[in-house]
Ligand binder design. Structure first.
Ligand SMILES: Cc1cc2nc3c(=O)[nH]c(=O)nc-3n(C[C@H](O)[C@H](O)[C@H](O)COP(=O)(O)OP(=O)(O)OC[C@H]3O[C@@H](n4cnc5c(N)ncnc54)[C@H](O)[C@@H]3O)c2cc1C
Length: 403
């Protein structure tokens, strides 16, 4: 068993920015663990521009952004242990599967920065042929930008989040034709302007309100997908299918190892200082909810350093957590605990799981104490400010949507 002061699991923007900031504050016993054979996280395979403006005042591609973060971390002598996959958490002990077998570390503070991933086909219940040509945008990006190859020639994209439209660009880069974007909802799950841009400039039809009935083919070869709207079926010929978006935290290991799991967020409960219900464990970045952009995760990691410093110095300060509960209309909310030791201007930030017009209502011990009119889409972040009423330890804070 090796002892370390601070273990950070996940070398994406959140984990690396935290490690860098801790190093700037004088912490030297910080180890970052990463399951891949390269650090940098998801941006490593986002081959397009759009990263780094707020962090480095430069427009970078995902891989260059990841490289820059890793270079800064290494220049500060931060240890990054690659090919270390966290497989078990017991008290303060972390067990990793490595190429040399299992390794266990005991850390004073552990930060989980495991990121998020897209929901793949099996969890979306689309029937039909099983083929290796049914992939996520992340996998497409790895084929196109890392392995420099095209897994298929003609594909449809299922889903209409920003990442679905970025999948068109990744596909174009590899010479893959996108036959259509298919969205089950009646509305896009991103900015409406992307539909005309996609149709006019990228010659990719965007079909909203269509259900994907099946992926057709023989054995492992895809020949088409069948979609339907208002009972009318349509067949689109293709040899590949890309399931994009519907981000979900990389939280399987947390669900197994944390007694208290937040099923709304599919993650652990965290307070406004990113502390979980286990005092020595913190979580940061996209493992807290679906995907937010790299710069938001980077700045979350940077902000967390101050609280890690605080918790190492104020060992007697015990968290005073009050859980926030949300109804089934809330897609995710963060933070999900209020720590009464730390004043905050915000109660939580949240997203609704559908396009909604109505009111967000916060109740304290079943009395409505805050309400906000909303007219939002699924991708809109809604900020709920601190309540005007004092909250104490055994209070009940609930958030609901009335539409
Ligand atoms: C397909 C896809 C495309 C995206 N495109 C963009 C984009 O264009 N622009 C943008 O701003 N954002 C994009 N995002 C959002 C992206 O997640 C964030 O930009 C950012 O990378 C999140 O930072 P993070 O540090 O929280 O997580 P990540 O960058 O995902 O890093 C998490 C790290 O933890 C590691 N890890 C996970 N589990 C374990 C384990 N058990 N043990 C050890 N290590 C582990 C992972 O390998 C990974 O390296 C995209 C996300 C996806 C999935």
């Amino acid at each position: 068993m090796k002892k370390i002061q601070i273990a950070i699991v996940g070398a994406g923007p959140a984990g690396l920015s935290l490690a860098i900031e801790l190093s700037n504050m004088g912490y030297s016993d910080v180890v970052v663990f990463e399951r891949e054979d390269e650090a940098g996280g998801t941006p490593r395979h986002c081959g397009h521009l759009g990263f780094g403006i707020f962090e480095f005042y430069r427009l970078l591609s995902g891989p260059n952004y990841a490289k820059k973060l890793v270079e800064i971390a290494l220049s500060k002598n931060i240890t990054i242990k690659l090919k270390h996959t966290l497989i078990n958490i017991e008290k303060n002990n972390l067990t990793f599967s490595t190429t040399d077998g299992l390794e266990t570390y005991s850390a004073q503070k552990t930060i989980l920065a495991l990121g998020a991933r897209e929901t793949p086909r099996p969890s979306r219940f689309v029937s039909g042929t099983r083929s290796p040509n049914i992939i996520t945008t992340g996998a497409l990006q790895r084929f196109v930008y890392m392995q420099k190859c095209a897994p298929f020639k003609n594909a449809v994209i299922i889903g209409s989040e920003v990442v679905s439209f970025s999948a068109i660009m990744s596909a174009k880069h590899a010479g893959i034709k996108i036959k259509a974007i298919i969205e089950e909802d009646e509305n896009l799950n991103t900015f409406n302007i992307l539909k005309p841009i996609s149709e006019l400039f990228l010659k990719t039809p965007v079909k909203v309100g269509y259900k994907v009935l099946s992926i057709n083919g023989e054995e492992k070869n895809i020949q088409s997908v069948t979609i339907s709207k208002n009972g009318i079926e349509e067949i689109i010929e293709c040899d590949g299918v890309i399931f994009s978006g519907k981000f979900t935290p990389e939280s399987a290991i947390l669900q197994e190892n944390f007694k208290d799991f937040n099923h709304t967020n599919n993650s652990v409960f965290v307070s406004q200082i990113f502390q979980t219900t286990s005092k020595n464990f913190f979580a940061v970045g996209n493992v807290l909810r679906g995907a937010l952009t790299a710069f938001k995760c980077y700045f979350e990691g940077k902000k967390l350093a101050r609280f890690i410093d605080d918790s190492l110095k104020n060992t007697k300060l015990n968290p005073l957590h009050v859980k926030i509960q949300c109804d089934e209309n809330i897609q995710w909310y963060s933070p999900s605990l209020v720590d009464l030791n730390y004043p905050s201007k915000t109660l939580t930030n949240l997203r609704i799981n559908k396009k909604a017009t109505g009111k967000i209502i916060v109740s304290l011990n079943d009395n409505d104490v805050y309400s906000k009119d909303i007219n939002v889409s699924t991708y809109t972040n809604i900020k709920i400010p601190r309540l005007d009423y004092p909250i104490s330890k055994n209070d009940n804070v609930k958030i609901r949507l009335e539409s």
